[in-house]
Write a protein that binds this ligand. Structure first.
Ligand SMILES: Nc1ncnc2c1ncn2[C@@H]1O[C@H](COP(=O)(O)OP(=O)(O)OP(=O)(O)O)[C@@H](O)[C@H]1O
Length: 370
């Protein structure tokens, strides 16, 4: 059982500030995923929690105890890295037993915990092998096993699947999800670049940018209600389409005119002083559908099509919009490169962001194309 509380946590290397005051409450047993662009500080934050990096400001508490100056080995934390970091000359058994032997645990207890971890991770038949005789996925399972035997309060993962091929990634991802189910009280914090890992593993995702938290929420909260333009474009793949727009009528719903040439009613409330302001209008590729009636959001020419079988990505050049819009359409939809396409979307799936990129508060009012 371990809650983690980060209060204004800062990290600098010399004059270079990397983390600018992170405030975050993590509840015991949560699965938290850190995401963000390369260099935003995900690994630094994880390593700071582990104690591998010294905190230069703020406080970190684990289970109510301030641990800023507590060495890594005394924090009740285990960490799994992308580069499994196994001892090549030791068997799987010895790799897993190593930290307990250092800690002078008794032999029977070491044996019990190694065999139990091997059972959970389906490694029992490999216990006497050396790492070089294992596949990448098996090696990563040994690295996870080595962490499990220490019975940590907090489990940290730094991109543990990024060295695995696509099929193995899926299999190991599911194993990690099951592992979490079998350890409901263990807090897990996981860094990844992979949207699917973040969406499927997390109870809550923390989106970081330039050493600051942009938004924290459940995967679906972030997907459905991104708090700002950055999160809107970072969560979801392909990224949300964004078009410049102007607020024509404030209130609820709000009417915006976008550069695609249409006035659109969006079911969000905007204050009177927002009238005439420039905003960004957003809609996800998967929320666009081919219009069947006379109402439509966009009309444009199909510039390019990527056929993926189940779905096809249509890149559509719309009026004065500089970048083509992306629409994720059913694989069997009859569309043609060079043809004209009209697209529509459910009003509840439309987003608007103010000039600073903040999302306008959303409600569930139905609205129709104006
Ligand atoms: N020892 C160090 N000295 C100076 N700068 C460092 C050091 N370690 C990391 N940095 C810098 O801190 C910033 C954050 O790095 P970090 O590895 O935490 O990012 P990240 O979000 O995990 O990136 P990636 O997704 O590419 O792994 C980067 O700009 C990096 O260059």
């Amino acid at each position: 059982m371990a809650d983690l509380t980060l209060t204004s946590v800062k990290k600098a290397y010399g004059n270079l500030n990397i983390l600018h005051g992170i405030d975050l409450d993590i509840k015991s047993g949560e699965f938290i995923v850190f995401v963000g662009p390369s260099g935003c500080g995900k690994s630094t934050l994880l390593r700071t929690i582990a104690g591998l990096e010294e905190i230069t400001g703020g406080t970190l508490e684990i289970a109510g105890e301030k641990v800023n100056d507590v060495p890594p080995s005394k924090r009740g934390i285990a960490m799994v890295f992308q580069s499994y970091a196994l001892y090549p000359h030791m068997t799987v058994y010895d790799n897993m037993a190593f930290s307990m032997r250092i800690g002078r645990e008794n032999k029977t207890e070491i044996d019990r915990r190694v065999r139990q971890a091997a059972e959970i991770l389906q490694l029992t038949k490999y216990l006497e092998r050396l790492p070089k005789a294992l596949s990448g996925g098996q090696r990563q399972r040994v690295a996870i096993g080595r962490a499990i035997v220490r019975n940590p309060k907090v489990f940290l993962f730094d991109e543990p699947l990024s060295n695995l091929d696509a099929a193995l990634r899926v299999a190991t991802r599911i194993e990690i999800a099951k592992l979490k189910e079998s350890m409901p009280e263990t807090t897990m914090i996981y860094v990844t670049h992979d949207q699917v890992e973040a969406m499927t593993l997390a109870n809550r995702i923390v989106v970081l940018k330039d050493g600051r938290i942009e938004q924290v929420g459940s995967p679906m909260e972030l997907y459905r209600h991104p708090g700002n333009l950055f999160v809107a474009q970072f969560i979801g793949s392909p990224a949300m389409n964004i078009l410049p727009a102007t607020i024509e009528k404030t209130g609820q719903p709000t009417i915006v005119s976008h550069v695609g040439g249409h006035n659109v009613s969006v079911p969000v409330a905007t204050p009177a002083d927002a009238a005439g302001t420039k905003v960004s209008f957003g809609v996800r590729p998967e929320d666009l559908n081919i219009a069947t009636g006379k109402d439509f959001l966009f009309e444009g020419v199909v510039d390019y099509i990527e056929q993926l079988g189940e779905v096809q990505m249509a890149y559509i050049q719309v009026g004065r919009v500089t970048e083509p819009l992306v629409a994720k359409l059913p694989g069997n939809a009859e569309i043609q490169r060079g043809g004209v396409l009209r697209l529509t979307a459910d009003p509840g799936d439309l987003h608007i962001f103010d000039a600073d990129g903040r999302s306008f508060a959303r409600d569930r009012l139905a609205a129709k194309a104006a």
